[in-house]
Write a protein that binds this ligand. Sequence first.
Ligand code: ZN
Length: 529
Amino acid sequence: MLRRFPPSPLVRRRPPGFHRDPFLAMETMSQQKFTSFVDQTWESSIVPQLVDYIRIPNKSPAFDKGWAEAGHMDRAVDLIADWCKAQPIDGLQVEVHRLPGRTPLIYMEVPGDGDDCVLLYGHLDKQPEMVGWFEGLGPWEPVRKGDKLYGRGGADDGYAAFASLTAIRALKEAGGKHARCVVIIEACEESGSYDLPFYIDALKDKIGTPSLVICLDSGCGNYDQLWCTTSLRGLAGGDVRIEVLTEGVHSGDASGIVPSSFRVLRELLGRLEDSSTGRILPKEFHMPIPAQRQRQAKVAGKVLGESLWRRFPWSPGMKPMAKELAELVLNRTWRPFVEIIGMDGVPATSAAGNVLRPFTTAKLSLRIPPTAEPKACVAHLKKVLTDKPPYGAKVTFSAEKASSGWNAPELASWLELAAERASQAHFGKGCVYMGEGGTIPFMGMLGEKFPAAQFFITGVLGPQSNAHGPNEFLHVPMGKRLTCCVAQILAEHLVRERTAAAPARAKKVARIGKKKPVKAAAKGKKRGR
Ligand SMILES: [Zn+2]
């Protein structure tokens, strides 16, 4: 049996039998055996595979124009697909799809009970190397230190395929059941998932209509409990170029007559953000923050405490941008902020002469609220930066990024309960809901393609795991527990289907009266979160 824990107040308010423990049916395996099965699969099989996977420099197409010829992506696909094919799961189909001129995609399907479907998502392409890896570590050099497996792409998001299939297998081994599962592993996520819509369309009939989408590419606030991502910020960006001369000239000769292109850039950026607070000034980049998200931000702030900001590798003496923890959560998840992520026209300090430089180009990355329209934001960004340039400087803006954010549909109570119970069972603590500051471009797209689906977005990218930066690591115990939680949510998803269809429940609800259970559930939800 799974370890029992007191049911949440929500459970007690349900009509009896509404929420059965799906693991009660698993007579073949105890919880200890279930968790040790997952633990051993990770240690003996998944971690060694991830070690080999980290060694492959399969950078996403945006960072490796010659990816198709280089063959790294194909090696990564083969590694993951071969492992998946070898899993002893009845009826498992593993297919590698290659649409002409596009990155490959691994499609897997496991038959299940009923006619419902769950879609599990992950990706296998990687971010580029970055500098700043500690001595002995490197992007393509897997190193295990205690709980952590260092190297590029292990946590973001190489583990997803392994964890998804292991969750399904562990559930089956434990005698549990699930709906038909479709696992999709794409190879274009870090470039904006521009190939994914074509595959979703091409595989539309095979996929069907999932009622639950599980995504393992997101973050977690700590490694102590299950985290559910409620929203993602979008992204608008591009290069702004300021030209003041046709060639560089002696700065002693020209300064005071020729304006610095960097100063013009500062003035243009001053239209976009308040330089003393970082607040983005034009109202077009702001969106109203829903009340539920504000409440959840307060809870997340409380759970995380100062670790919310202390987890960053601060320079000595640095302080965060706000004191209120809930404000920091909202800053990070619902408010726009800009960073200059690259510059041209500025020599390295070691090669700098006294020259008034002819131009400055800055690459801007503007994070936008989950519900903001990215194309409109990019258009407005261009307008703000290029309108009436100071001194008649030649200012051009080349739009580059326009990625949608995402705000989760309201969580169904069965899923809220399932997540809570899974978190309690495998972490001993409740599930926490928080937005993420980053962007997962395909989420908006999946939300549109499957408007009736519930979304459980989670991941292992927690404190210091540093996806996209140096010293990325996968927190192995988090990966194991998350695998257990996914198995449990799959089981509870199926139970939900059966109970929802059971006439007994409908009768009971009708007898109690329509208003009462709704009110009770709403009340419980408010208290619980
Ligand atoms: Zn990712």
